[in-house]
Design a protein around this ligand. Structure first.
Ligand SMILES: *Cc1c(COP(=O)(O)O)cnc(C)c1O
Length: 390
């Protein structure tokens, strides 16, 4: 096994002999970035007002097919606001996968609510809706139109599916579960810009959804995020909350509630506009990289490349190796890959194992507990999908 892993690392490294180090995910700016940013600087519109913010929001809505997008400072803020606008209240419970980036859990806590951890499916790496339904039959009851956790007495208000590494969860099945249990769906689509479930872009299914444009995401605005929603009123509310809840007036400072300064600066939006112009090409390259990797690992025993679920077209944000259970020590794999200067990372530590979430309610998390030792993400930059360095 160790020899096979070393050989695999060397093969990946040899895809790019001219590169001394292959990062996990690296942005490359090849469009109008310089031009748009120069425009911000020349006109002085670099901060919280400017045409690129509006343009970026329109472009996001058009690309995703979601009615409205509200650009914000990062994906975590987008999640926080998405949860707030759909009505998450202090002391509510919100069902989230334990196998996610910490931001999903943090955003729930920012609302004063309690994350309640559920397991994932090996088919999607996201929430397993069948297992969730069974679990709710055990622990929950519908009382006066709300879902109550029988053990804690709290309202279970919502569920947040996260589309892991860009692979959509089984939305239709999850939707049925939401209907049965009166749960609001909020999508954490931070990793799934450019991913489709049965032909519809992720982020369309939740009452509200969140995107991220952090430096390692599929497109980046330096730092940034967006709230997506098909509900015009909720979009207006998201805009209001993220711009300090100031009522429009020519000069008066009147704020009608506690708002947030979460607005995306114009200079960041400019970067986003430029990349959205060629996002289709980035996704095409990522999908081609899957094929290149598949050729490389053909014949390797005990490991496979994670492929999109049958109902999805995924952006393949991060390429993912899945090792057979108990076949190797994942730290050994990471050591070997990183020593070969092929940057690799494990999946996140499941949130229920992190100190801040230790007392949170949780379902059986068998699949999550196993998967944490089976997954390695390998270099995934779009340009690696080019035949020659592009
Ligand atoms: C990146 C990410 C976020 C948060 O995005 P930031 O822009 O880094 O705040 C949230 N959830 C998931 C699953 C992510 O991968």
């Amino acid at each position: 096994m160790n020899d096979m892993i070393l050989e695999l690392a060397k093969k990946i490294k040899s895809m790019y002999p001219q590169k001394d180090f292959i990062p996990l995910h690296e942005p490359k700016f090849k469009g109008n970035e310089q031009k748009y940013i120069a425009d911000c600087i020349e006109t002085g519109w670099v901060s919280s007002v400017g045409k690129y913010v509006d343009q970026f929001e329109r472009m996001l809505a058009e690309f995703t097919g979601v009615k409205r997008a509200v650009a914000v400072v990062n994906g975590t803020a987008a999640l926080h606001i998405a949860l707030k606008i759909v009505g998450i209240q202090p002391n509510d419970e919100v069902l989230i996968p334990s196998l996610t980036f910490v931001a999903t859990g943090n955003a729930v806590v920012y609302c004063g609510a309690v994350p309640h951890f559920i397991d994932v499916s090996t088919e999607t790496l996201g929430i397993d809706p069948f297992k969730l339904d069974d679990y709710l039959r055990d622990v929950a009851v519908i009382n006066g139109n709300v879902c109550i956790n029988k053990q804690t007495g709290r309202i279970i208000r919502a569920v947040v599916p996260m589309h892991t590494f860009g692979h959509p969860v089984d939305i239709d099945v999850l939707f049925d579960v939401c209907e049965r249990w009166n749960l609001i769906m909020v999508e954490d689509a931070a990793e799934s810009l450019g991913s489709y479930y049965k032909g519809i872009h992720t982020g369309n299914f939740g009452k509200a959804s969140a995107l991220s444009f952090n430096g390692n995401k599929i497109i980046t605005t330096g730092g940034g995020g967006a709230v997506l929603t098909n509900d015009e009123k909720l979009a207006d509310y998201a805009k209001h909350l993220t711009t300090t809840a100031k009522r429009p007036h020519r000069w008066k400072y009147e704020h009608d509630q506690i708002g947030y300064n979460y607005r995306m600066p114009n200079i960041n939006a400019a970067l986003g506009c430029a990349q959205l112009e060629y996002i289709d090409d980035l996704i095409e390259k990522k999908r081609r990289l899957v094929q290149r990797y598949e050729q490389l690992i053909a014949g390797c025993q005990g490991v496979r490349l994670f492929k999109e679920p049958r109902f999805a077209r995924s952006n393949y944000w991060l390429q993912t190796l899945i090792f057979d259970e108990n076949i190797c020590d994942i730290n050994q794999v990471l050591e070997t890959f990183n020593n070969q200067k092929v940057m690799s990372r494990p999946i996140w530590t499941p949130l229920h194992l992190l100190r801040p979430f230790q007392n949170s309610p949780k379902a059986d998390l068998q699949v999550t507990e196993k998967l944490q030792y089976q997954i390695v993400n390998i270099p995934s930059s779009p340009y690696l999908g080019d035949d020659i360095d592009g």
